[in-house]
Design a protein around this ligand. Sequence first.
Ligand code: ADP
Ligand code: SF4
Length: 705
Amino acid sequence: MTRDPRYDILFEPVKIGPVTAKNRFYQVPHCTGMGWLRPRMLAAMRKVKAEGGWGVVCTEYNSIHPSSDDLPHPSASLWDDNDIRAHSLMTDAVHQHGALAGAELWYGGARTPNLLTRITPMDVGSFPNLAGHPLQTRAMDKEDIRTFRRWHRRAAIRARDAGFDIVYVYATHGYLLSNFLNPRINTRCDEYGGSLENRTRLVRELIEETREAIGDRCAVAVRFAADDKIGEDGEPVFGERRDMLAMLADLPDLWDINISDYSVEMGASRFIKEAPLEPYMSWVRSVTTKPVVTVGRFTSPDTMARQVRSGIVDLIGAARPSIADPFLPKKIEEGRLSEIRECIGCNVCYSGDSIGVPIRCTQNPTMGEEWRRGWHPESLPPKTSHARVLIVGAGPAGMEAARALGQRGYEVMLAEAGRDLGGRVTREAKLPGMREYIRVRDYREQQLRKMANVEVFRESHMSAADVFEVDASHVVIATGSNWRPELFDGERFLPAYDPEAAAHVLTPDEIMDGKLPAGPTLVFDGDGYYMGGVIAEHLHAAGLQVTYATAYDSVSNWSGNTGDRARIRRHLTQLGIPLLTARTLKGFDGIEAVLRGTYGGTDERIAVGHVVMVTGRTPNDRLYRELKDEAGNSDLPFTLTRIGDCEAPAIIAAAILSGHRYALALDTTVDIDSEPLRDRVEITCGDKNPKGLTSVPAPTPRHGR
Ligand code: ADP
Ligand code: SF4
């Protein structure tokens, strides 16, 4: 297959100061939950992106000094020579594939609590920590600013020495430099506060000093917000941003533009669709002669080519699309568009950094597993036997297992009870805002269609007897799970309703099957992820009077990790859905529901005729158990494995991982879970006195950086 000439423009080289990107595909800095803690995992992951055709591959945020420490969120760092060595693992790997490597220098200021280093955070003034920690910053005096500039310069030199080609001055996302630029936060009376010129002084100095230190070899990029804030009407308020950018217009070699509202820039697909930054970008390229990049969860090459042709950007920035499909550029280049694994905008990738653990991706199960499991998003080890595999259930787990086994060359039979493939994603994608989740199914269905060795049997509900009739060497049960109507009280699932009210208690499955309550309804969310809020919205859209109650302190509590909890709450509030938090369902008699406050107070009675329980799920493992019981596992004429929600209900990403892991483990002697799961520096004998720990060498003090 060859490239469609309409996309030729995406493969033009772009000069960025002293370096040249081979094409316009630019993986912008994005967090990974790995940072300085997991350098080998990180290097292997970025390498795969370079291999997949990205012209530029950047790091995540790189702390320039221990006084900017974001743990438990693992940033990268450029504190010392160890960091140079760690980063060079990545830059070497990225360069091997002809891509440029970029490093984003970062200083968190009032956003970092410094819980590891316990150094007092400093910022433009003394004010409360912007991430909610109970502490204030020290106001930087002029000596602090001089010291900070020295740290930044040294980190830039380290970045160059580590082999980076592009080095960032990071002046956005509410970190130190954006606070200096912000007239509402920066109330200084010296030459770093007040006028526009004064507030931009520090950023200007850093650009100039970075250029002076490393500009002969590295490009200097600036990450900058195009707007000041989002107005009450939802429209961008540009304020003085245009003047600010114009003052610095041609100083850096590249402008990496984003916006003030992270929940739009990094918006979940439930609310934010492709290219949401376009309205913000209208003026940017007219005030600078330097190349401009921005993001937009671009997965359509048509949108990308249009962005370049219409002069909005020079480079196509991507974080999530490069996570979901590290080979996106190669697939466009080779005309393999149907093979693109499109990002679904679920933001599970982002949850890794939020929680402080390595990244994972719903669409791409190999993300983060490149080093520790040796997985690759495109090439899978060929089959090592002529085994036939029967997979029962074509939800995310079954489809991914079939796809990966098919790609390995196995003969696969995929039996699905329903007419449609996709299992839960096919059902959930019909709920409000969830349309893009269908990409989980569509990508896999497209691939399965091309595989002559995979047969798909629709409308084939399999019983244990049916399974025995199939001549398979391996049987995989991927029959999913069902929502259950009871309440989980922390120990047991209990019905929270009178027996005679049972017919008035529904589950999300029944709602997705098209059942609608008649009259006022309570959605009780004990699950705490997206389902409760989405079901409430769905019922509201159907014209019902809906109340949402949750046992958690927040609406859709876990969505705080995917960055959309606040937006979900705002959205449901705007719809007029009453939201009750920190309430437990104590009873329901078909006429009213009783809610008890987690923190005491009197019980509330709400007049509702129906309750939808979004609490827990039952694994649909009957078939698995029947087969197991049939003969005792050793006597079965096939191996028997359950995967996905049938094994243990979890998020879609876990079902995909489960299917992939099964497919990779088949016929190998490697215990897939005993592989090196940790990426840590080995402790050598010399580090430890065999008689005790007292003589472990003290670390060299690192002052005055
Ligand atoms: P997962 O998330 O683990 O992939 P899903 O619930 O999304 O699970 O999908 C399970 C799929 O299995 C559904 O499409 C369902 O129709 C199918 N299924 C369940 N039981 C059987 C069965 N006995 N035979 C064939 N398909 C089944
Ligand atoms: Fe996209 Fe979800 Fe993967 Fe993140 S986890 S890259 S949002 S599919």
